[in-house]
Design a protein around this ligand. Structure first.
Ligand code: F6P
Length: 361
């Protein structure tokens, strides 16, 4: 192992099962190269306030199957969003100076940031200040370009599929229209793959706006076939034509400028209730934070372990401003600039074709 002798580590943004598996792999891989790992608490806040501690094997013992992150996370953003017309740029706040002071006080050679596009975006911007950062893509949204999968997505799929299996029995018993609202922010990966795996009858994703009429037609068509129940999976960021493509949100905005999405399921139910022709009572289930909790699937544990090992090895080879990416079966370094430029990652057209080919919207 070459350059990185002291590696900083943090987990930022929305959590998922699988993060701890990556932390465990990083500590063990660094140990075999006698490098030190300093874990900072609560995402970028820990680096700003220099709150963290050295991590050794005992710190990461017994966490492989534990959801969440042993370091804690936050949505702290050391940069301020400035919008001028069409142009959006991020200007450093005084937190960037604090990060640089922590970096030098701790004698960091490199920093691994685990998170989604917000967390990785900060890692990328910090390289302009001479800090050597690397990323590991982690988000249930699976919207990071440059990697086939992000840590946490597969575990969220298990939650969505299990929920749909449970909803099928009660929808069938009551002859009901059940609407399941899933997360994913502006991306429909969870809705598309979860809906396919869980046998939804209608899939509504942010990438393709929808009309209530088209949903009603699909449900009516099923009724004409004698199917007296239907299940609709709708992504929280779906865009109804009746709202001119606007999303339904709770209004709160986070430090990265993201509005808190939620409520589209109830909006759709109200719209459908007004159309008595359906004869079925729409009921709504919002999975929300259940998709972020639970135990990591073997796929996510293996992905997280591979990403953790690769991140330490990339750091030791002197790489910076890259993230680990799974492409096919290989883990490769992906420049953060290109990964972020392609985010949110478009839905796989082949999976969309498969969904359409079996009658899902
Ligand atoms: O990015 C992961 C995610 O779960 C999104 O799917 C969701 O919209 C968002 O985080 C919720 O943010 P918070 O955890 O801050 O409420």
């Amino acid at each position: 192992m070459g350059t990185a002798k002291t590696i900083g580590l943090l987990t930022g943004g929305g959590d998922s099962p699988g993060i701890n598996a990556a932390l465990r792999a990083i500590v063990h891989r660094a140990l075999t190269e006698s490098a030190e790992v300093v874990g900072f608490y609560d995402g970028w806040r820990g680096l700003v306030e220099d709150e963290g501690r050295n991590l050794g094997p005992s710190d990461v013992s017994g966490i492989l199957h534990v959801g969440g992150t042993m370091l804690g996370t936050s949505r702290t953003n050391p940069f301020r969003k400035v919008t001028e017309g069409e142009e959006v740029r991020w200007e450093p706040t005084d937190m960037v100076e604090s990060i640089k002071e922590t970096w030098h006080r701790r004698g960091l050679d490199s920093l691994i940031a685990i998170g989604g596009d917000d967390t990785l975006g900060v890692a990328h911007r910090l390289t302009r200040y001479g800090l050597s950062t690397l990323g590991i893509p982690q988000t249930i949204d699976n919207d990071i370009a440059g990697t086939d999968y992000s840590i946490g997505f597969h575990s969220a799929l298990v939650t969505v599929t299990d929920a749909l299996d449970k909803l099928h029995t009660t929808a069938h018993a009551h002859h009901r229209l059940l609407i399941l609202e899933v997360m994913g922010r502006d991306s429909g990966w969870i809705a598309l793959l979860g809906g396919l795996a869980g046998g939804a009858d209608v899939l509504l994703v942010p990438e393709n706006s929808f009309s209530v009429d088209s949903v009603e037609q699909k449900i009516k068509h099923r009724l004409q076939q004698g199917k007296r129940f239907s299940i609709v999976v709708i992504a929280e960021g779906a865009k109804p034509q009746e709202l001119q493509g606007r999303q339904v949100s709770r209004g709160e905005v986070d430090a990265f400028g993201h509005v808190q999405l939620g409520g589209i399921g109830y909006w759709l139910a109200d719209q459908l209730k007004q159309r008595e022709t359906l004869e079925m009572t729409p009921r709504v289930t919002v999975l929300a934070y259940l998709q972020r909790g639970g135990v990591a699937t073997p796929f996510d544990r293996l992905l997280a372990t591979r990403f953790g090992v690769a991140a330490v090895e990339f750091a030791s080879e002197g790489m910076t401003d890259v993230m680990t990416g799974l492409q096919g079966t290989q883990v490769v370094p992906v420049p953060l600039a290109s990964a972020l430029a392609g985010t949110p990652k478009p839905l796989d057209p082949e999976l969309l074709r498969v969904a359409r080919s079996i009658g899902l919207s």
